[in-house]
Design a protein around this ligand. Structure first.
Ligand code: FES
Length: 58
């Protein structure tokens, strides 16, 4: 899957931005929401943020 695909369409946040937030220390979905704004509007992308978190944390 493409690294720059948009995860959060409300806030236009892509995969790389979320990955970078995790690498910069975000440990929970809330941290990522705070750092990137993703997930703060409709919440529809939160499960995907959760998946990326699991994936990148490994
Ligand atoms: S798609 Fe992320 S908050 Fe709506």
């Amino acid at each position: 899957m493409s690294e720059n695909r948009i995860i959060c369409t409300c806030q236009d946040v892509d995969y790389n931005t979320i990955k970078k937030a995790i690498e910069d220390g975000a440990k929970t979905v809330d941290d990522i929401m705070e750092a990137t704004g993703a997930g703060t509007v409709c919440g529809g992308c939160i499960s995907e943020i959760e998946e990326i978190l699991q994936e990148v944390k490994k």
